[in-house]
Design a protein around this ligand. Structure first.
Ligand code: DQA
Length: 174
C-alpha cells in the first residue's frame, strides 16, 4: 500500500513585505481507492501491468515538468478516503481521484467531494462505460469537474493536466 500522503499547508499568496507578491506553487492531491495497490498483478487484461508505484513515478515526473507539487495517496478504506478529501482545503488547489469500486457505491465520497468544493477530477484506468452495467454509473462524477477514463496510466497524467488548469483558474490573484 502507498504510504499516507504528506500534508503541508501552503498559503496561496506569499507577500515579501516589499510590495512584491507571488503565487505559491500549485499543489495537487492524488487519491487512489481500494485495490489500486494491487495494480500490475490485478486483472492485468483490464488494468495492465503497470504498478501504482510506477504510475506515481510518472505523475511526479510530469508534475516536475509542470512545476507543481503532488501528494499521492492510496487507501482501501472509505473513511480514510473521506478524511483525505476533508483535510484538503487550504492545502491543495485541486484533487485528482480514482475512487475505484467506491465510484459506483459511495455516497460518503460523493458528499465529501461536494462538501469541500475543491475542483476535483475523476479518473479511471479502464473505460468504465464499456464494461459491466454496474460500472456505468458513477456517484462521484456529478460532483467532479469532469471524468477521464479509458487511457490506462495516461488517465493519471491527463488528470494532472486538468487539475493544474482548474487550480490555476480558481486560485485568487494577489
Ligand atoms: C477503476 C474502475 C472501477 O470500476 C474498478 O472498481 C476499479 C478501477 C479503473 O481505474 O478503471 O477498481 O476505477
Amino acid at each position: 500500500m502507498q504510504s499516507a500522503c504528506r500534508c503541508v499547508a501552503v498559503a496561496w499568496r506569499l507577500d515579501f513585505g516589499c510590495g512584491v507578491a507571488r503565487l505559491a506553487r500549485v499543489r495537487i492531491l492524488f487519491i487512489n481507492g481500494p485495490n489500486l495497490n494491487l495494480l500490475g498483478r490485478r486483472e492485468t487484461g483490464i488494468y495492465g501491468r503497470t504498478s501504482l508505484a510506477e504510475i506515481k513515478k510518472r505523475v511526479l515526473q510530469h508534475a516536475r515538468s509542470l512545476r507543481v507539487d503532488v501528494d499521492f495517496c492510496q487507501s482501501n478504506h472509505e473513511g480514510k478516503l473521506v478524511d483525505l478529501i476533508g483535510a484538503a482545503p487550504g492545502r491543495y488547489g485541486a484533487i485528482v481521484i480514482n475512487p475505484a469500486a467506491y465510484t459506483h457505491t459511495s455516497v460518503a465520497l460523493r458528499d465529501a467531494i461536494a462538501a469541500v468544493g475543491l475542483p476535483t477530477v475523476e479518473i479511471h484506468l479502464s473505460n468504465i462505460h464499456a464494461r459491466e452495467d454496474f460500472r456505468h454509473r458513477s456517484l462521484t462524477a456529478p460532483v467532479c469537474a469532469g471524468q477521464i477514463c479509458g487511457f490506462g496510466p495516461l488517465s493519471y497524467l491527463l488528470g494532472l493536466d486538468a487539475a493544474v488548469a482548474l487550480a490555476k483558474a480558481t486560485r485568487k490573484q494577489p
